[in-house]
Design a protein around this ligand. Structure first.
Ligand code: GCB
Length: 614
């Protein structure tokens, strides 16, 4: 797809945004004991940003009675007849959290703006304990207030964030107010244009997390190399003194290791584990690993494996692997549809991938909810995880870079222990320019510094060769930087008709593995006709039949993730009757029915799996 034209239609309506940038993100806290704040939240839809408006402040008598403000975050109530409070959360409608707002209320289907959420909850303060609020994700910007005090704000729609509330939490009833704003911005990540629905809201779970005064905030543990049984890693303790003891216990391996914290609270481990079994798609072995520090103890199932490249191969545990993949959006139109907001829906998506005989999924185009990667660990699916640096990002804008980097930091921090995740993808279809190359090189350096144990990639573009209509070329300065050369291909849909596959040859001048990160075409489930007729299942199936043998001939071809598993909503897709608001490149319809192409891909993967993928 030519994205340069898209840039022209982008309007700089909301170019300026505040961000939470600069501060070191708080710990992820996913594994500490917590109280769920999921369920029904009261909401006020606020397209005009009335919730920030404070009449009394305007009238300069705020100091006389600061608690009688109009601002929604105070969650105010009139206390006598002279009080005028023109909102009332207690009588407002509700939305379910986690969940997008678009598919919960018809009037919010296309809405892009602010919604104020309010949750009243009971809590208990305990001396010596610390408390945090953890948000799985809120799209796109969240301003968070507890009991009338602002805790902070977060920008970026797909990664977790938290605020410490030890000082603000009350024993008794607390009022948590979050303004979520899903307006798109030119300088945002993603930017104004995407090919997916801009679902707004508190799309993932919210928790109140309790910890002890010092607690484990992060940990890493991985195999040192293909042929060693040594686990290396570290535990980071928030508030630890130098010389304190942290422990790692893996009962099944008879491991009970301890190490001392350094001045920054980091305890480094090097643990011999003779007999450790490797995680792989065929045998997704996970161990219960316990990390301890003082009274603090967290445990999680962790798999151990290595991944690296050797020339044009990807090696999993030292052995070449072929990635039988599929691209997935975090969306399922069944049961009302919208963003996937439950482990059951996440499982449905991954089960379909398994039915295709996949061993790999590309979670496009942003970090998916954490059930996806945890289930992938259990189900034996390798994962490509991506940040929404998509199409025409505002490359020269440093704040945009910071936003992208923050999403990489939060993505890695959340999923660093997931054996399934083998590739961090930094971008999708980003036209080359000096500013883009600088931006993505910097992002790749940061990614590798944060996590040297995984591969870095990005879905690039292919181009025709001048004067040679049947030669396609992948040549991109980004290919020099990444570990895996990936590109979106689309011969037969955006580039000629399916029979072109037979004539095309490829020039990919890198001594690196090649993954075809997208190909496919649109089909409406149940629409049948000749294979030359667009939008029929036959046309789509023919693209797959023609494409797969073409890809097999590419030197260094080590896998693909066709586009896409399921039809997904996109406001760009307006063809009446056929698209009707959905991108129809799914192998499965929005109502869960498999199209003919599903079986073509399934048979190809089955054959590859049976042949040992050689
Ligand atoms: C692409 C994009 C993907 C789109 C797809 C399409 O290249 O990466 O987000 O949905 O093409 O259907 O055009």
């Amino acid at each position: 797809m030519n994205v340069n034209t898209l840039a022209l239609v982008q309007m700089c309506v909301f170019c300026i945004q505040a961000t939470s940038l600069g501060a070191e993100p708080l710990p992820d806290l996913a594994f500490h004991s917590s109280q769920s704040l999921d369920g029904e939240w009261r909401i006020i839809i606020d397209p005009y940003e009335t919730g920030f408006y404070d009449y009394r402040y305007q009238q300069r008598d705020r100091s006389r009675n600061p608690n009688r403000s109009e601002t929604f975050y105070l969650d105010a109530k009139p206390t006598n007849p002279s009080d005028r409070v023109e909102y009332d959360f207690d009588r407002s409608p509700t939305l379910r959290v986690p969940g997008d707002w678009n598919t919960q209320m018809p009037e919010l289907y296309y809405y892009e703006g602010s919604v104020w959420y309010r949750k009243s909850f009971e809590a208990k303060r305990t001396d010596g304990e610390r408390a945090f609020l953890r948000f799985g994700a809120a799209n796109y910007r969240a301003d968070v207030y507890l009991n009338g005090s602002k805790l902070g704000m977060h920008v970026g729609g797909f990664t977790p964030f938290s605020f410490e509330v030890t000082g603000q939490l009350k024993s008794g009833t607390n009022s948590l107010v979050v303004r979520v704003d899903n307006k798109r911005h030119k300088s945002g990540v993603p930017t104004l244009n995407t090919d997916w629905w801009n679902y707004g809201g508190l799309t993932r779970s919210v928790k109140l997390v309790h910890t002890s005064a010092q607690f484990i905030s992060e940990h890493r543990l991985h195999l040192e190399s293909d042929d060693s049984n040594t686990l290396v890693g570290w535990v980071k303790v928030e508030g630890a003194a130098e010389g304190d003891t942290a422990e790692v216990v893996i009962a099944e391996l008879r491991v009970h290791a301890s190490a001392e914290t350094d001045r920054s609270g980091l305890a480094r481990f090097r643990i011999e584990t003779p007999g450790v079994e490797r995680w792989s798609p065929e045998q997704p072995r996970l161990y219960d690993v316990v990390f301890r520090y003082g009274n603090d103890s967290i445990s999680e199932p962790i798999g151990f494996r290595t991944v690296r490249t050797r020339g044009k191969e990807i090696l999993l545990n030292g052995e070449p692997v072929f990635l039988r993949g599929i691209s997935i959006h975090e969306e399922l139109a069944l049961d009302g549809g919208g963003r996937v907001n439950s482990p059951a829906k996440a499982k449905q998506l991954l089960e379909w991938a398994k039915q295709l005989h996949c061993n790999f999924v590309r979670l496009a185009h942003y970090p998916h909810n954490e059930s996806m990667t945890r289930l992938a660990d259990k189900m034996g699916l390798m994962v490509w995880s991506e940040v929404p640096v998509y199409w025409t990002i505002d490359w020269a804008n440093d704040q945009t870079y910071q936003l992208a980097e923050q999403q990489v930091v939060e993505m890695i921090r959340r999923d660093a222990s997931r054996a399934s995740v083998i590739i961090w993808s930094l971008a999708n279809e980003t036209p080359t320019s000096d500013a883009r190359n600088r931006f993505l090189s910097r992002l790749a350096r940061k990614t590798r510094a944060l996590d040297p144990t995984r591969l870095v990639s990005a879905a690039m573009e292919k181009h025709g060769k001048r004067g040679e209509p049947n030669v396609n070329v992948v040549q991109d300065p980004l290919a020099d930087i990444v570990d895996v050369v990936a590109f979106n291909e689309y011969v037969g849909w955006y580039d000629g008709l399916p029979d072109k596959c037979d004539r095309v040859s490829w020039e990919i001048p890198y001594d690196k593995p090649v993954v075809v990160s997208e190909f496919g075409g649109g089909a409406k489930y149940g629409f049948h006709g000749d294979k030359t007729q667009r939008w029929t299942e036959e046309f789509q199936a023919d693209i797959y039949r023609q494409t797969l043998p073409m890809l097999d001939k590419i030197d260094g071809f080590v896998g693909c993730t066709p586009w896409a598993l399921v039809d997904f909503r996109s406001p760009r897709r307006v063809l009446p009757d056929i698209q009707a608001g959905f991108n129809r490149k799914g192998l499965i319809s929005d109502s869960g029915q498999k199209k003919e192409a599903f079986y073509v891909l399934r048979d190809y993967y089955q054959m590859r799996a049976a042949d040992g993928d050689e």
